[in-house]
Design a protein around this ligand. Structure first.
Ligand code: AMP
Length: 506
């Protein structure tokens, strides 16, 4: 298939309002894609190259966009090959390989094709909403029930592979969990108090919320793998965890938990240190791990079982590596666990309905976190150049909240709610200067605007009404808690919404 056909389809979908009509358009498009192009097509539609990151920055790309082809000739196969080359280039000579591959690709693309390719390559596509629509379009194109296709996409974490199997007429019901194949983790919503959380979840497991990094650990036979929350394999960096899990009973396993670095006296170290232990250059301290869920054990997949059942299995398997907490439906009891967690230096609690299944990849009201400081995940939209001691660095970051419905701008866009240059160590400053320079989309008199792809966790004292920002709300005393990148990555589609912040005005 020609790339032009895809670009035209995307434009048509974008200018169509009704969700049903969008699904029909995408379904009829998908039916025309040859099976060997399906992976590339899905990647180009959702704005994520199937090869993962391509290692190309905005400036590197811009250099190859001086000229464009007058006629469309590129096929999806050509794009797939170029992406493969970009993703595989490494070591000496890789810069030249990247440059010539990009030059070739861009020179053969028309202006509108270049625009689309650039957005995908730079990760500048607002894909959250489109992924849901595309999943339903796959179901329609393949003539399979949409619930089944959604479930398969969630369990495999791979829409392209799901589409391939659905279109080939495979029985999607048979897709279960496979130890060794990571699945998207279940996510929590937020409540202000323990009582509010319990009101939503009823009979609950009220658990300490540890301030470490999420870890999904798999075991088949003697082999153990560990994955981050964005499903990157970090087995080689967590030998202590591998040794712990290798000794558990229970046969093939999939466990969900949190890892932290400990001091010699066994107390938890600050979060930043856990992150550096998990990064590629390594850090100090030894890792410990606590588990709060089990998805597969003792010969069966458990995600459709209630948490109560999963916890009983979990306790048999992990012993003293079970996260601390209590089972209760009494608000006062939940508050007691929260006090206990805070006294132990933990971040807060997660309150979980004992009746609920494991909803992989979804944020719902069956897991509710309660943290006494307000922290929010926001997206960086721009950065100002620093002055004085910070001259030459990119310092003051502009923060945006997600606006899925487009109440204050474009649907799926971000609304600015504040700025901050606080909470940044010298190392963070160095890192962000380099990181954001590569994401530049434009220059202004104060600094640069960037592709909205970086999530940062921000602590605030509250919010106030604002006539300056379009969402009518501004952060008070915002400071950086941490960037959600690397082992702890969060996607922009998971950032907090403008409505969540506006709710604090009340
Ligand atoms: P947040 O990152 O603020 O959305 O909070 C959810 C994260 O808290 C999860 O992804 C885990 O990394 C972490 N966490 C710590 N303790 C627990 C727990 N008991 N249950 C679930 N998540 C936990």
């Amino acid at each position: 298939m020609q790339l032009k056909t895809l670009v035209d389809a995307v434009a048509e979908v974008a200018s169509t309002r009704s969700r049903t009509a969008k699904i029909e358009l995408l379904a009829s498009f998908l039916r025309q894609v040859e099976p060997e192009d399906l992976r590339t097509a899905i990647g180009l539609l959702v704005g994520k190259p199937p090869q993962g990151r391509l290692g190309v920055g905005a400036r590197g790309l811009q250099a190859h966009r001086q000229r464009a082809a007058d006629r469309p000739t590129l096929g999806l196969g050509d794009v797939g090959e170029a992406f493969d080359t970009l993703a595989e280039a490494s070591g000496p000579g890789s810069t030249a390989v990247r440059a010539s591959t990009l030059a070739g690709l861009m020179a053969s693309a028309t202006r509108s094709e270049q625009d689309h390719l650039a957005r995908v390559i730079l990760g500048d596509v607002r894909s959250g909403a489109l992924e849901g629509i595309l999943t339903d379009a796959v179901a329609a194109a393949a003539g399979q029930p949409k619930e089944l296709v959604r479930r398969a996409a969630m369990l495999t974490g791979d829409l392209a592979e799901t589409a391939r199997r659905a279109m080939a007429g495979d029985d999607l019901q048979r897709i279960g969990l496979t130890p060794g194949v990571p699945v998207l983790p279940m996510l929590a919503s937020t409540a202000a108090t323990a009582a509010e959380a319990i009101a939503a979840t009823g009979r609950s497991s009220v658990e300490h919320k540890l301030d470490g990094a999420r870890l999904q650990v798999h075991r088949t036979g003697d082999e153990v793998w560990a994955y981050t929350r964005s499903l990157a394999d970090i087995t080689a960096r967590v030998p202590e965890v591998v040794a712990t899990v290798a000794a558990f009973p229970g046969g093939d396993l999939i466990l969900d938990g949190e890892t932290l670095t400990l001091d010699e006296d066994g107390s938890a170290r600050p979060f930043q240190e856990s992150m550096s232990r998990l990064s590629s250059h390594g850090g100090e301290g030894s890792l410990a791990v606590w588990f709060f869920d089990v998805l597969h054990a003792e010969g069966r997949t458990l995600i459709d079982e209630p948490l109560e059942t999963r916890r009983a299995v979990l306790a048999r398997i992990v012993g003293d590596r079970l996260i601390r907490g209590a089972e209760t439906s009494v608000p006062g009891e939940a508050q007691r666990v929260l006090d206990d967690a805070l006294a132990a230096g933990q971040e807060g609690i997660v309150v979980k309905s004992l009746d609920a299944p494991y909803a992989a990849g979804r944020r719902g009201n069956n897991w509710v976190k309660v943290k006494p400081v307000y922290t929010y995940d926001l997206v960086v939209l721009g950065i100002e150049w620093g002055s004085g001691r910070r001259a030459g660095t990119l310092s003051n970051i502009h923060l945006g909240a997600r606006d899925p419905e487009g109440r204050f701008g474009e649907p799926g866009g971000f609304v600015m709610v504040g700025k901050t240059f606080k909470g940044m160590t010298d190392e963070i400053l160095r890192w962000q200067t380099e990181h954001f320079a590569a994401l530049e989309t434009g220059r202004t008199e104060w600094g640069i605007t960037v592709a909205p792809t970086t999530v940062v966790e921000i602590a605030i004292d509250g919010v106030q009404r604002s006539s300056r920002y379009p969402g009518g709300v501004a952060l008070r005393f915002a400071r950086v808690k941490r960037y959600r990148t690397g082992a702890d990555e969060k996607a922009p589609a998971e950032a907090d919404t403008i409505d969540t912040l506006r709710a604090l005005l009340r």
